[in-house]
Design a protein around this ligand. Structure first.
Ligand code: CUA
Length: 182
C-alpha cells in the first residue's frame, strides 16, 4: 500500500498490523510516556521553573496595593509617560501592573535579595517576558501571579509583553533595575 494511491483493499483497516508499523507505534507510545513523566520530573528538578503561585484578585484591589507601594517607595520618574520608578525595601512584596499598553511601575530591586513579585493584568491577557533572562509568565486579569525571585546580577533588564494584546502591543515594554545593595 502506498501513501499516494488509494488502498487496494477498501477495508484496509482489517489488514493485520505490519511489524514495522507496530514497532513505530510502540516507539511513539514509549516516547509519549517519557515526555509525560518528564513534566512532573522537570517541575521538581528543573532549574528553569518559577516557584509561582496564583490568587484571585480584582483590578481595584490590585491597583490599590500597587498604588500604596508606589506612594511609599517612589524614587523617580522615567519616560514621557512619567512611569514611577520604585525602590521597595529589600525582601518585600513588590507589585507590577500590566495594562493596555504599559507595565506600571518600574521596579528597582537589590542584587541578592529575595522578593515576592506580584503581577496582574487590569484588562486582558498580557505576557511578562524578562530579557535577557528569558523568564516568561502569562499575566491574566483577575489573577494575581506571584513569583519568588532573587536577582543575582545587577543591571538593567527589559520587560516586554509577549502575548499579542492589541494595536500597541509592540510598545508594551519596560525595564527592571537591579542594583547593588547598599
Ligand atoms: Cu500586552 Cu502585548
Amino acid at each position: 500500500m502506498s501513501a499516494i494511491a488509494p488502498p487496494t483493499s477498501r477495508v484496509w483497516w482489517k489488514q493485520p498490523l505490519d511489524r514495522v508499523e507496530g514497532t513505530w507505534i510502540a516507539i511513539a507510545f514509549i516516547w509519549c510516556l517519557i515526555m509525560f513523566f518528564m513534566m512532573p520530573y522537570w517541575h521538581v528538578y528543573g532549574k528553569q521553573n518559577l516557584s509561582n503561585e496564583a490568587y484571585r484578585t480584582t483590578p481595584e484591589q490590585f491597583t490599590a496595593k500597587t498604588q500604596a507601594m508606589v506612594d511609599k517607595y517612589k524614587v523617580r520618574e522615567e519616560t514621557d509617560q512619567k512611569i514611577p520608578v520604585v525602590h521597595p525595601p529589600a525582601g518585600s512584596d513588590v507589585y507590577l501592573i500590566a495594562r493596555l499598553w504599559q507595565w506600571w511601575p518600574m521596579l528597582e530591586l537589590e542584587e541578592g535579595k529575595t522578593y515576592r513579585l506580584h503581577m496582574a493584568s487590569l484588562d486582558w491577557l498580557h505576557g511578562f517576558s524578562l530579557q535577557p533572562e528569558n523568564i516568561n509568565v502569562e499575566v491574566h486579569p483577575n489573577y494575581e501571579h506571584v513569583i519568588t525571585l532573587t536577582p543575582t546580577r545587577a543591571g538593567t533588564y527589559s520587560i516586554i509583553c509577549n502575548e499579542y494584546c492589541g494595536i500597541n502591543h509592540h510598545t508594551m515594554a519596560s525595564r527592571l533595575y537591579v542594583v547593588k545593595s547598599k
